[in-house]
Design a protein around this ligand. Structure first.
Ligand code: NAP
Length: 324
């Protein structure tokens, strides 16, 4: 069957063949209809992640959407499902193939009517945005939220999920005018440039903090970037405010100063989806899909045939969703 393959760490995925899996004890077989390429897939395949160098060849893809091909009484044939895998983090194959064998506890049944490609595009990025806002960030109605990296899927989802959860003002910070305009269209009150485009140099921490303060202090920062943006965002938090870091898209380290942290008793928190129980993850994914069905949640994405995986593996724009 058709599959994307990582043949050696650090190389882009290629289109190839893999034997069709058989269903093991406690597993279901899923006919995959959509599998996104996310930063975690690329990071794991690079061999530089904190999970170590993955054994190759393997099929990448930490999540997908499809229809049950061979299931159980609870998950009969034809059920639409979202599923997670540990591809690249542990030995084994992931979602970027025609058929996947998945442990039952990693499968979430989807309600009818949800667009499988959009659900795949949002997937774990939206789960992380929702849990960073709520479980980790403790968002309460009326609070002011600053979303960094608002051009990415985590950022797009965080804006919309914060809005529907009753956030007060939402400030969105992104690189590039297009991402800023989209953030406003998705429900942000203010869009701020992070710099880094041809017309706008990368600001230092103090300059970026001034930009982010345009709307006054905030209660909660959702931070998929770290680096200078995180250090600047901390300066915009009100006393006892929280910053939840869930990624390092801008940098692995950040020039955070002690006086900013201690002078206002700020809380700097880390978040990973890998810490969720299967039940928590299923609950968050179900909330995400409910929001999609209610017309309150979307993300820019582009479907691409799986055979073309190599050309889009390192694509930096809208979320790519592979169609096997
Ligand atoms: N902890 C978790 O469980 C978890 C779950 C999901 C994702 N994440 C992490 O969260 C991050 C974002 O994920 P995503 O799904 O939103 O990915 P994505 O859709 O690919 O977005 C990446 C974002 O990073 C921005 N970016 C990249 N380099 C930057 C830089 N030097 N300065 C400022 N912004 C920069 C991009 O801005 P442009 O749009 O301007 O290019 C884009 O907004 C990734 O690091 C990912 O690994 C963590």
């Amino acid at each position: 069957m058709r599959a994307a393959l990582i043949e050696s760490p650090g190389s882009p995925a290629v289109s190839g063949e893999r034997p069709e899996p058989t269903r093991g004890e406690g597993e279901v077989l899923v006919a995959v209809s959509a599998a996104p390429i996310v930063p975690l897939d690329r990071l794991c395949a690079s061999g530089t992640s904190y999970f170590g160098v993955p054994p190759t060849p393997y099929v990448p893809g930490v999540q997908g959407v499809g229809l049950v091909l061979d299931g159980s009484a609870d998950l009969p044939k034809g059920t639409p499902v979202w599923f997670a895998t540990s591809a690249g983090m542990q030995p084994g194959d992931g979602s970027m193939r025609a058929v996947a064998a998945v442990p039952v506890h990693d499968v979430v049944a989807l309600p009818p009517g949800a667009d499988p490609v959009l659900v795949a595009a949002l997937g774990l990025s939206a789960v992380a945005a929702w849990m960073a806002l709520t479980l980790r960030g403790g968002l309460t109605a009326g609070e002011r939220v600053l979303v960094l990296g608002a051009g990415g899927v985590v950022g797009q989802a965080a804006i919309q999920l914060a809005r529907s959860a009753g956030a007060g003002r939402i400030v969105a910070a992104a690189r590039g005018e297009r991402s800023g305009d989209r953030a406003l269209a998705l429900g942000a009150d203010v869009a701020v440039s992070l710099g880094g485009t041809a017309s706008d140099d990368v600001p230092d921490v103090a300059e970026l903090a001034d930009r982010l303060r345009v709307d006054g202090p905030v209660d909660l920062v959702v931070d998929p970037l770290f680096g200078v943006p995180a250090a600047a965002a901390l300066r915009v938090l009100r006393p006892h405010g929280r910053l939840v870091n869930l990624g390092g898209s801008a940098a692995e380290t950040s020039p955070i100063d002690s006086s900013t942290l201690r002078s206002r008793s700020l809380r700097l928190l880390g978040y990973t989806n890998n810490d969720l129980t299967p039940e928590q993850r299923a609950g968050a994914l179900t909330h995400v899909v409910d929001e999609v069905l209610a017309g309150r949640l979307t993300a820019a994405h582009e479907p691409v045939p799986l055979v073309d995986v190599t050309g889009v593996w390192n694509h930096a724009g809208d979320r790519i969703v592979l169609i096997p």
